[in-house]
Write a protein that binds this ligand. Structure first.
Ligand SMILES: Cc1ncc(COP(=O)(O)O)c(C=O)c1O
Length: 314
């Protein structure tokens, strides 16, 4: 249904579109109408758009491959497509969703270093070209099921982050990565770059810079062996709570790119997820109960809602 609901609001294809009012005002109108009984989200598309533009301005050399695992709503994906972003997918389901939206598979990186044979075959047959690996086991599967894939070796980069992905993914950047690069070459596989992820919500601003330094050493190793890589993937982890935090990391990243990768034919990509979308979606729901509690000397407020329980630290 398309049409006006009230001044400043319209419904397009079943969703509210903001015209002149703030997201909070839209939410208030919905609640006051009494028709909205279930919890709902308001998507502030302007905010997500601002984030994307800010990232592009801060790091002009870095192409965004939006990590759609952080929010794969059609609105978010369509905004990403309209903004000219590529995509980081972690599953065939995500690849399928993008295919439905006519995204060119060459704009997708299947950035998951541990894939089943079926998942590889799905990506391969969908026309996706790039993926990551961090183990010898994965390389052998790739050789069997996706031998013409363009590969990025995923290395571990430690940082101070809320979600440390290095526990699950990535190989050691020195000995382990070098062994894997040589093994890939011996298998006749094509390694085109290095990928890393410093962990989500990373507060150590120099982590991406460290990752770039490790990546440079691996580029040098490949060059010495007569092989050329041309992609650096700096992952996600960009802090989104305050914009200047991304600005600080950006300064170090730009400087490191100039120093380690002055050759502009080296493509630099990033996979921001939370940074792009976390401040643009707000959940509204009614609170049925509030309970104060204490555990390990910390005070908590527990908000009980029909569908969720939210814990807030004091
Ligand atoms: C491979 C990969 N890229 C990107 C992201 C997005 O990270 P963030 O939301 O910290 O930007 C993740 C998050 O889990 C990831 O695993």
């Amino acid at each position: 249904m398309n049409g006006a609901l009230q001044n400043g609001f319209a419904i397009h294809s079943g969703a509210f579109v903001l015209t002149t009012h703030s997201p909070t005002e839209v939410a208030r109108t919905l609640i006051d109408s009494g028709r909205q009984k279930e919890p709902f989200y308001v998507f502030d598309m302007d905010e997500a758009h601002r984030r994307i533009q800010h990232f592009k301005t801060q790091m002009p050399r870095v192409q965004i491959f939006y990590a759609m695992k952080s929010n794969d709503s059609d609105f978010m994906l369509k905004l990403a497509i309209a903004s000219g972003l590529g995509f980081d997918c972690a599953s065939p389901g995500e690849i399928h969703k993008l295919r439905q939206l006519n995204v060119n598979p060459t704009s997708i990186i299947y950035a998951m270093p541990s894939k089943t044979a079926e998942q590889m075959i799905y990506a391969r047959d969908s026309g996706v070209l790039h993926t990551t690996f961090d183990s010898s086991y994965e390389l052998k599967k790739i050789k069997q099921y996706w031998p013409d894939a363009r590969l990025l070796v995923r290395i571990r980069v430690e940082g101070k982050s809320v979600y440390n992905l290095g526990e699950k993914f990535g190989c050691g950047h020195d000995t382990e990565a070098i062994k894997l690069l040589d093994e890939a070459a011996a298998l006749g596989l094509k390694v085109v770059g290095v990928a890393f992820h410093v962990g989500s919500a990373c507060s150590s601003v120099d982590s991406h810079e460290n990752g770039l330094r490790y990546a440079k050493a691996l580029f040098d190793h490949e060059a010495k062996a007569g092989r050329r890589m041309n992609i650096v993937d700096i992952g996600g982890g960009f802090l989104s709570d305050r914009t200047d935090r991304v600005d600080q990391a950006a300064k170090l990243i730009n400087k490191a790119l100039d120093e380690y990768f002055p050759d502009k034919t080296v493509q630099v990509i990033a996979e921001p997820g939370r940074y792009v979308c976390d401040s643009s979606y707000t959940l509204y729901c009614s609170i049925n109960n509030v309970k104060q509690t204490k555990a390990d000397d910390d005070n908590y407020d527990i908000y009980k809602m029909a569908e969720f329980i939210l814990i807030s630290f004091e």
